[in-house]
Design a protein around this ligand. Structure first.
Ligand code: HEC
Length: 149
């Protein structure tokens, strides 16, 4: 009986949503909100183009992505280390965070991650199927802007 109770407590614990993650901490430590804004998304909280990440979005790119545009050479794929982060807001003023979404190129594959405004993990994983399917329509999976051609 005691063992059974232990097992059900364990199962209940597993069903609790996971709050917070090392990768989300890492994004914050990198200060992603201070990254350059993605091309075409310079205006804070530009309305989304119909993506599922919130009605108002901020899209940031790290140095690796910025360098692709600085060089301007045609490319077929984003380089390893490319990191694109997106805040999805409920409101135009950016008071109410709905989602933080990110994609990072690792060994020629995309690592995908999404969190709710309360840090609950929605998805995390290399080639995560929830994200990769819809994003396959993009420019090497990026939907908001394109590789230089
Ligand atoms: C139903 C389609 C769809 C799904 C599913 C989806 N996205 Fe997106 N995503 C978009 C669109 C469209 C954009 C372009 C910006 C916008 O409209 O908000 C976008 C933008 C992004 C961006 C900014 C860079 C870019 O590619 O434009 C990131 C990062 C991102 N999504 C991450 C994710 C993650 C992580 C998941 C899985 C949890 C996911 N997305 C699932 C459609 C989708």
């Amino acid at each position: 009986m005691h063992r059974l109770l232990g097992l059900s407590a364990l199962l209940a614990a597993c069903q609790q949503p996971q709050i917070g993650s090392d990768f989300l901490d890492d994004l914050r430590e990198q200060g992603y909100r201070e990254f350059a804004r993605a091309p075409g998304w310079e205006t804070p909280r530009a309305p989304a183009q119909g993506g599922p990440h919130g009605p108002f979005v901020d899209i940031y790119m790290n140095d690796t992505v910025e360098e692709v545009f600085a060089a301007g050479d045609p490319l077929d794929a984003w380089p390893d280390g490319s990191l694109i982060v997106k805040d999805g807001w409920n409101d135009e003023n950016g008071d109410s965070l709905k989602f933080v979404a990110a994609m990072e190129k690792r060994d020629d594959k995309w690592f995908w991650a999404e969190y709710r405004g309360n840090d609950e993990v929605v998805a995390e994983g290399i080639e995560h199927s929830t994200c990769a399917g819809c994003h396959s329509a993009g420019s090497d999976s990026v939907r908001a802007f394109a590789l230089p051609r």
